[in-house]
Design a protein around this ligand. Structure first.
Ligand SMILES: [Zn+2]
Length: 385
């Protein structure tokens, strides 16, 4: 932790303005105490970890300082503290909120609101995150969680990348409302070693927990308060997102043949067989990133082909579609069926607009709808800007 009380009860906040030498001198003549349990704590001034206070070994007090003493966490916490104070915002480091018995890393006063900031370096149970959020909600506070930048992204300078989001990471994707039916999704991370924020945004679901995303880096000294929001992707970035999407699509369609050889029952393959088409030869209008596609964990190629199969069973076209078909279709998938239904409707809209003949698998086999669809999704999302 970075805060303590002196013997006379004065609060101490360790900042980087205090030199190690002066801190070493100070601790010769002063004792420091935990603000929580009042036990004496040690002021540690070393080479690797930034100066910090630490309890003696045997203590029950660790609970409210939940993160332990990881060097990355301490460093990030102090840098974020400096960021908010540099913006002249009243900021308290490690404040104890007695009503909910919680201690956010920072509490920033923004206009009339108090905003807890949590810099999260370790993976903790999602239930603990929800409990802390529930506590803040009781105080009418809306916390901001900043995760430490995942290792795979730390050294990346790519403006578009494919990333597998753990369930824990997915929990911290923020959704910002926009005028479009799609929200802007942002995954905000901070890397204290390089003093920079890494943003992942404009999520395009690929398959399972994989997404193609825009990636932008912002140096701490350029960060604003409230935090900057990523801009709309450039047309080059949209092309790049499309390339990642199509690579993943091709990879999936190539790999799926392998399921058959291993004798795995797979309804996608069965549908391909019934339509007399090889997975890799699917027309370009099956496997497209229409609105809401992330409601399915399956690849777009898979759920969209199965939807085409379900529609063909009724011997109707997308123009004569009965809503009941979609309702029973989404029931065969795991996940949020309301959102899946929405995704299906957007896909059917796409089939209507392009006047696709869903009984002709040989049409548009060379066409590529992806860049145009992605441009449309993001254009609408950023329409207000
Ligand atoms: Zn304590």
């Amino acid at each position: 932790m970075l805060t303590a009380h002196t013997a006379s009860g004065k609060q101490v906040v360790l900042t980087r303005q205090m030199s190690p030498a002066s801190l070493r001198d100070w601790r010769k003549n002063e004792t420091f105490h935990c603000p929580q349990c009042k036990e004496q704590v040690l002021l540690k001034v070393g080479e690797i970890v930034i100066p910090h206070f630490s309890h003696q070994q045997q203590t029950n007090c660790r609970d409210s300082f939940s993160e332990g003493e990881s060097p990355t966490h301490l460093l990030g916490k102090t840098q974020l503290y400096e960021l908010f104070t540099a913006h002249q915002l009243p900021t308290v480091l490690e404040p104890f909120l007695p009503d909910i018995k919680q201690r956010p890393d920072l509490l920033v006063t923004w206009q009339t609101q108090q905003v807890p900031i949590e810099f999260q370096c370790s993976t903790i149970p999602i239930s603990h995150v929800n409990e802390r959020n529930a506590g803040y909600r009781m105080l009418a506070m809306l916390p901001i969680w900043i995760l430490v930048t995942p290792r795979a992204i730390q050294s990346s300078s790519a403006s578009v990348l494919t990333h597998r989001f753990s369930r824990f990471q997915q929990h911290f994707i923020r959704h910002i409302d926009s005028v479009a039916s799609e929200q802007l999704s942002i995954f905000l991370t901070y890397n204290p070693e390089k003093q920079q924020f890494h943003y992942l945004s404009h999520f395009i679901h690929l398959r399972g927990t994989q997404f193609a995303v825009c990636h932008s880096v912002m140096r701490m000294k350029h960060q604003t308060v409230p935090f900057a929001v990523p801009a709309a992707p450039s047309s080059a970035e949209i092309q790049e997102l499309a390339r990642h999407y199509l690579t993943a699509r091709r990879k999936y369609l190539r790999s799926v043949i392998g399921y058959n050889q291993r004798g795995i029952h797979h309804r996608f393959l069965r549908a391909c067989y019934e339509m007399r088409i090889q997975p890799i030869q699917l027309p370009a209008w099956i496997g497209v990133p229409t609105f809401g596609q992330e409601a399915f964990t399956e690849s777009d190629s898979e759920w969209q082909l199965l939807l085409i199969a379900a529609m063909r069973q009724t011997r109707r076209t997308q123009f004569q579609l009965d809503a009941g078909v979609l309702h029973s279709f989404v029931k065969t998938f795991e996940g949020d069926s309301v959102k899946q239904l929405d995704a299906c409707k957007h896909y059917v809209d796409f089939l209507r607009q392009r006047r696709i003949d869903i009984y002709r698998m040989d049409q548009f086999s060379g066409g590529d709808f992806v860049p145009g669809i992605l441009a449309g999704r993001f254009l609408a999302m950023h329409a207000r800007n």
